[in-house]
Design a protein around this ligand. Structure first.
Ligand code: IYR
Length: 231
């Protein structure tokens, strides 16, 4: 690996994969088609998934860019039936309250096409729950706080990488955010510098799964192009 010292720090030569324009066009389109197939799934099969696959998914998530390369995330991988059931109970308790008064009428109306409710059987059915934690700071050996940067952005990126990796592997997931979700810190016994960020059940989809018929926004309503004026 070719490297050099810059301002006293080690740098390595970046190894870039180059493609011809035509191939880039094909690769970008193929990847779009692949990602466009991804859907949030709420009905899982109880078919087991190998832990080695999960480990690879987490390694991929952990390649995400992060503020000052602090990687301010941690992942709890839960396959224990008793913990999953404890998590389901606690999540449903919160969700029941949310669906019966904490969420606004407009919010509930917006959710109707998704077919969600306070009941969360997928928290027990999915072979794995991955809880993504964000770490606003690190703790050194003496309990001093060491700051992290752009924590929400970094953990959001890692979660996006994770969801893409799950889909790429041929598995399904749900981006679930029971609210509030501090019960996860307690049940999983996480240290005080870890805050639950997302709860991601994953596995194979159940035999026949129906998902809401959604339309994605067309490019022109999500992107604006600022090009050089023609002279
Ligand atoms: N957390 C609740 C409600 C919910 C909210 C949104 I915004 C969604 O896109 C889906 C669900 C639940 O999980 O049911």
């Amino acid at each position: 690996m070719k490297g050099k010292i810059i301002d006293g720090y080690e740098f390595i030569l970046y190894d870039h994969s180059r493609y011809f324009e035509e191939e880039m066009l094909k690769r970008s389109l193929d990847f779009y088609y692949q990602m466009d197939q991804r859907r949030s799934i709420r009905n899982f099969s109880n078919k087991a998934v190998g832990l080695d696959i999960i480990k690879n998914l987490l390694k991929t998530a952990s390649t995400a860019p992060s503020g000052a390369h602090k990687q301010p995330w941690s992942f709890a991988v839960v396959s224990s039936p008793s913990l999953k059931s404890e998590i389901r109970k606690a999540a449903e308790k919160e969700e029941y309250e949310s669906y019966h008064g904490r969420m606004s009428e407009t919010w509930l109306e917006d959710l109707k096409p998704m077919g969600t409710n306070w009941e969360k059987p997928f928290l027990e059915e999915a072979p794995y729950l991955i809880v993504v934690f964000k770490k606003p700071y690190e703790l050194d050996g003496e309990g001093n706080k060491i700051n992290n940067y752009y924590v929400n952005e970094s953990v959001g990126l890692a979660s996006g990488f994770l969801l893409s990796a799950i889909h790429n592997a041929g598995l399904c997931a749900l981006t679930h955010t029971p609210s509030p979700m501090n019960f996860l810190s307690k049940i999983l016994n996480r240290p005080e510098n870890e805050r639950p960020y997302l709860l991601i059940p994953l596995g194979y989809p159940a035999d026949e799964v129906y998902v809401p018929k959604l339309k994605r926004k067309v490019l022109k309503s999500v992107a604006n192009f600022y090009e050089q004026e023609s002279s």
